[in-house]
Design a protein around this ligand. Structure first.
Ligand code: FUL
Length: 432
């Protein structure tokens, strides 16, 4: 049986860019992990403007935003009725503010999808460590977040699980948490400690060269699965050294080169990039981050707006579906060889010498991820040269190489678990 994504997993994968927002009491204490003893009064982002966050994210091409509704310190950015440790006892807006509300309203207005991070580990809540009681507390908060803020696209469960105040260890009721999410918002994707989206395994924003969206089920996150599951990778990383804003890190925003490298190693390796941009203590994105995101967008636009293979004639050794489907710019067509063949090649005639240094290959993932090994070669009028040897492709595989001038290129599918279905084969010249 070929494993395929759910419609929501597909939509998520195709969106490619998600923004993470770490914000809370740590923003005011200059910490990365709060201890739960912070005075809620310290939370006072006097200029908070969620529309600024959303505009910056949207302008940079991000399609989803995920807010830390509660981090490990237990302080809630929404006025939960189950605790006093929240915005309602902060100085901000005399306790009348609700960051979830402001962000969800702004996202809806702008057509951006919203998600939240709710830390299971809670260093403030006294019931933490008393497993059934705390699990109920956590479900109550999930219910608030899933009921009061419109559509929630992604629920992000962190795996961190520290010791409770009474020295007891908290056993999370994952199955119960998923039931709560599915009952209220069946379409919400559950990420990381959840069944729908997989943590890539590091916090550097980097996927593997070989990245399969088809995986063996995780016994905790897919307790009922009996065979492989669609479990695509998400690459989380912060634009700064820390997840939370620190004044001292205003000068340490990642360079454009670093962000571009992350893009190629995440989105370009069949993953979604979850880039953290933390609001500052005024409640705004800081200037260096805003500037860098604009540069990042400019780089991507300049590099990817001209596909040098688009509309060029293509042939293949075998065509159940036409080879020219890979250069037609459409997402609903693909090349596939005849007779269930699992190997084959496509050749694109560029019609004149063209210089490029990036290739993009996409599989038609609505029908699964299939390719295990491929290569790309270029013909300069005299000889064929192999420029890429790769393994998996998936939603999108980007390869970088030294600039090459060629008038023909060829994609060889050398090994595939089922007949390959190639949606696109593009060529680009990176902007300087
Ligand atoms: C980790 C947390 O401990 C960090 O503070 C951060 O939230 C990161 C995304 O996940 O597990």
């Amino acid at each position: 049986m070929i494993v395929t994504p759910s419609p929501k997993q597909l939509e998520w994968q195709e969106s490619e860019l998600t923004m993470f927002l770490h914000f809370g009491v740590n923003t005011f204490t200059d910490q990365e992990w709060g201890n739960g003893k912070e005075d809620p009064k310290i939370f006072n982002p006097i200029d908070l403007d969620a529309r600024q966050w959303v505009q910056v994210a949207k302008d940079a091409g991000f399609k989803y935003m995920i807010l830390t509704a509660k981090h490990h310190d237990g302080f809630c950015l929404f006025p939960s009725k189950w605790t006093e440790h929240s915005v309602k006892n902060s100085s901000w807006k005399n306790g009348k503010g609700d960051v979830m509300r402001e962000l969800s309203d702004a996202c809806r207005e702008a057509g951006i999808k919203m998600g939240f991070y709710l830390s299971p580990w809670d260093r403030h809540e006294p019931s933490y460590g008393n497993s059934p009681v705390y699990n109920q507390y956590f479900k109550n908060q999930l219910e608030e977040l899933l009921t009061n803020y419109g559509e929630i696209a992604e629920v992000w469960f962190d795996g961190a699980c520290g010791e409770g105040p009474n020295g007891k260890r908290q056993e999370y009721d994952w199955a119960g948490f998923y039931d709560t999410v599915k009952k209220i918002q069946p379409d919400a994707l559950i990420a990381i400690c959840g069944p729908d989206i997989r943590w890539v395994g590091n916090e550097d924003g980097v996927a593997r060269e070989t990245e399969w969206s088809v995986q063996d089920p995780n016994p905790v996150f897919h307790p009922n699965a009996t065979s492989k599951v669609w479990y695509p990778a998400e690459c989380d990383v912060s634009i700064r050294p820390g997840w939370f804003w620190h004044a001292s890190q205003d000068s340490q925003v990642k360079s454009l080169d670093h962000l571009v490298d992350i893009y190629f190693k995440s989105v370009g390796r069949n993953s979604v990039l979850l880039l953290n941009v933390p609001p500052n203590n005024r409640g705004l994105f800081a200037d260096p981050d805003v500037k860098r995101l604009a540069e990042f967008r400019q780089f991507l636009d300049k590099t990817f707006s001209v596909d040098l293979a688009l509309g060029k004639p293509a042939i293949a050794d075998s065509e159940e579906f036409l080879a020219s489907n890979v250069t037609d710019g459409r997402k609903d067509t693909y090349w596939m060889p005849k007779d269930n063949k699992t190997t084959g090649f496509i050749e694109i005639d560029l019609q004149k010498p063209v210089t490029f240094d990036v290739s993009m290959v996409k599989e038609y993932i609505p029908l699964g991820q299939r390719v295990e090994e491929y290569s790309i070669s270029a013909y300069d009028g005299r000889e064929w040269k192999t420029i890429v040897n790769g393994t998996t492709i998936g939603h999108k595989k980007l390869d970088r190489f030294s600039p090459i001038t060629a008038n023909k290129v060829r994609l060889d599918i050398k090994k595939s678990q089922y007949p390959p279905q190639i949606r696109a084969f593009g060529l680009f010249k990176m902007c300087d």
